[in-house]
Design a protein around this ligand. Sequence first.
Ligand code: BG6
Length: 474
Amino acid sequence: MNNLGFPKEFLWGGALAANQCEGAYLEGGKGLSNVDLCPAGENRFNVMLGNIKELKPLVNESYPSHEAIDFYHKFKEDIALFAEMGFKCLRISIAWSRIFPNGDDKDPNEEGLKFYDEVFDEMIKHNIEPVVTICHFDLPVALIENYGGWTNRKLVGFYENYATTLFKRYKDKVKYWMSFNEINMLLHLPFMGAGIRFKEGENPTEVKYQAAHHELMASALATKALKEIIPNAMMGCMLAAGAVYPYSCNPEDVQRAMEIERENYLFIDVQAKGKYPGYGKRFFRENNINIKMEDGDLEILKNNTVDYIGFSYYSSRCASVDPALLTDGNVFATVKNPYLKASEWGWQIDPMGLRITCNQLYDRYEKPLFIVENGLGAVDKVEEDGQIIDDYRIEYLREHIKEMKEAILDGVDLIGYTPWGCIDLVSASTGEMKKRYGFIYVDKDDKGNGTLERKKKKSFYWYKKVIGSNGEEI
Ligand code: BG6
C-alpha cells in the first residue's frame, strides 16, 4: 500500500498494427488480406461495411497500406527509436496472411514466421516486451472468397491452427497476447472486422452475431491452446471502449446509454465471464437472432476466459433518445457532448472518461486492465528547422495519464499503457497519413510522396521523460 503511483513493473510502450505500418503487402510470401482491399478516399467506408464486389485491389483506387511506413524493412531502426524512449513493451499485430497466405494452407509460410522472429528478437535485444495481437482487422482474402469470412464455422478451426502455430513458434519470446483487436467493431465495420459481405435477404444483425460467436469461440480455443503451450502466458481480449454517458437524467436516456454500453460489453462478458449475458439472450430472442452453436460451445466459453482486459480508449460517448441530437460520427452516429472539445477529426476529448471507463471495466470484470490504445490523431507541421512541436499531443496524453493515475488510486489494477501509433502510420478509419498519432514523424503524405524518413517530435522527448520517471514527471 506504500506506492500509490504507477506500479514498478508498469508496461509503458506504444501500439501498432501490421496492416497500418508494415507495407510490403505481397512480399515474403504474404497473401492478400481484407485490409489490403480498403482504399483511401470516399469508397473506404463502403468497403469496410462490406460493399465490395471484386476481392482484389482496383487500378483506379489508392491503397496507402500497401506500402504504409515500410516497417517491414525498417523495423530495426524503429524499434531502436522506441528503445531510446525507454519503451518497456511494444504492441504489434501479426498479419495472418503472412503466416497462412490463404488462411487454410496446410503448412505455414516460413518466411512470414521468420520475419516476426526477427522483430521479436530485436525487441528483446532492447528489453522491450512484445505484446501481440493475433488478429488486428486482418483476414486472408481467400477465407472470404471461399468460406464467407467469419460467418463460416470453419474459420474457428483455421484461426485455432494459426494461433497455435504462433504460440509454438514464439513460446520463448512472447508472453502477452490478444486474440482480436476491438472485437466489438465487427458490429460497425463488418468487412473489416469479420470479412462479411451480406447476401440478399439475410438478417444482417443475425449474420454479424453469428460471426461474433465464431470469433468468440476462436478466442476461447486460442486461450485454451495458449495455456497448454505457454503456461505462464496471458491472453487478453480487446474492446473498443469508452464510457457512454446519458445526455440527460431522463431515465430513457439512461436506459439508452446502458443499452449502447451493453452492445459493446456483450463481447467482453463472454470473453471475461465465460457466458452470454441475460440482456444479450433477450436481444437475440426479440430480434429474431438464432445463433447456431455446436455441442460443447458454451462449456468451451465458460472454461477459457481471458486473463486481462485490453481496451482502446479515444473518447467517451453520449446517448439520447432524441433523434434530433444525433450527428454523424466517424464510424457511427453519436450525440455530441457539449462539455467536451474535439480533435480535428471530431473525436471528442475526455480524459476523465478514461478514469470512468477504467473503473467501470474493473468493477465489472475484476481482472487486470491494459490500455492498449489511446492518443490524438492530428495534423503535424514540420518547422523550417525540422522541429515538430506537437504540444497538443503532449497535452492530450498528459491529461489522460493523470486520469490513469487517479484510476490506480481508485484501486484499479492497471498493468500497462501503449499509446496508439507510437510512430505515424496509416489511419484505420480514413486511410490517411495526415492523421498522425506518433512520437515519431514519418515523411510521407496522403498521395504517397515522401522519403519515409523518421523524425523525433517534441512528444518523443516528453514521453521518454514520462517513462523514465514512471509517470511521475508528466
Ligand atoms: C482503433 C484501431 O480503432 O483506433 C486502430 O484499433 C486505429 O487500428 C485506431 O488506427 C485509431 O483510429 P484511426 O481511424 O484514427 O486510425
